[in-house]
Design a protein around this ligand. Structure first.
Ligand SMILES: [Zn+2]
Length: 292
């Protein structure tokens, strides 16, 4: 297998050098930072695709690996990544920005009492602000945020990040990805996270990104770090209604951008029939495999 990979690498290098030699006079590959990066990116994409296919063969695992600078898909296994599906709490960052747009980016504090205030964590998250609510994916907090939002209030944020808009019938917590009335395509959502990082100077966005960093350190995304011990990554997890067959009660989702301060790659993972926190573990294992 190693020999095959080496041959593949050599072939890629031959292709790269052929394409370089056929260029008209001008910068060589090595002197052209863009070409050099593209070449390295192709080699990385090829070896990542091989490693993920070999070491994560289960059809229960879907993934999209994107170049964080260009949004290009480097490797993937996802049936119909363009088709809108319920994406669960992966939508929460965009719900938060839509709320901010209509509330001068002033976010409330909230006390999550668990089951009694509609959170997935029975004992509750206690006092949470936006950053903690993103980190722990607190449903109770987002029920409060969406209490008076309508689908129309989400439209400009959806357009800004090129997400599919929620249907007009979506109300309340459905606008934070609970339920299945706001569907968007996995590929659009993955690229929306790249756009989120690009807009990190915009109001509200830095709090969302701080929440994703905290998720990786001590929130629902902490399992990524257990498997992939890189100090800083950005993570959001979610669980959504299973949209493929064979049917399961729910699918776990995780999106990871690494490294946190200047993401090079984005990995979105869906694991059939598990919670989001467990999908985070798989995402960490996949990153460890391709980044070594
Ligand atoms: Zn909560």
């Amino acid at each position: 297998m190693v020999a095959i990979r080496n041959i593949a690498l050599i072939l890629s290098l031959v292709v790269l050098s052929l394409s370089a030699s056929s260029r008209p006079a001008g910068p060589t590959v090595a002197e052209d930072p863009d070409s050099e990066r593209d070449g390295n990116s192709s080699l990385f994409a090829q070896s990542a695709a091989e490693a993920l296919a070999r070491d994560f063969p289960s059809r229960d695992i879907s993934f999209l690996l994107l170049d964080a600078h260009t949004g290009r898909v480097l490797a993937s296994r996802w049936d119909h990544p363009d088709a809108p599906i319920p994406m669960g709490s992966l939508l929460k960052p965009f719900t938060a920005l839509a709320y901010g747009e209509h509330h001068n980016y002033q976010y409330p504090s909230h006390t999550c009492r668990g089951t009694s205030t509609g959170c997935w964590l029975p004992r509750g998250h206690g006092d949470v602000d936006l950053i903690a609510a993103i980190a722990h994916s607190c449903n109770s907090y987002f029920r409060t945020l969406t209490e008076n939002l309508t689908a129309a209030d989400l439209s400009s944020t959806a357009d800004r990040f090129e997400l599919d808009r929620p249907g007009p019938e979506a109300i309340g917590p459905e606008l934070a990805g609970l339920g299945n009335r706001w569907r968007t395509s996995p590929l659009r959502l993955a690229r929306a996270y790249l756009e989120l990082f690009r807009q990190r100077q915009q109001p509200g966005v830095s709090q969302v990104l701080d929440g994703m960093a905290l998720s990786a350190r001590s929130g629902t995304g902490a399992q990524v770090h257990r498997a992939f011990p890189v100090p800083d990554v950005l993570v959001k997890t979610g669980t959504a209604m299973c949209a493929h067959s064979p049917h399961a009660p729910g699918d776990g989702f995780t999106v990871v951008l690494t490294p946190a301060d200047n993401p090079q790659i984005l990995l979105m993972v869906r694991v059939h029939g598990v919670p989001g926190a467990q999908a985070a573990r798989t995402a960490g294992e996949m990153l460890r495999r391709i980044e070594n």
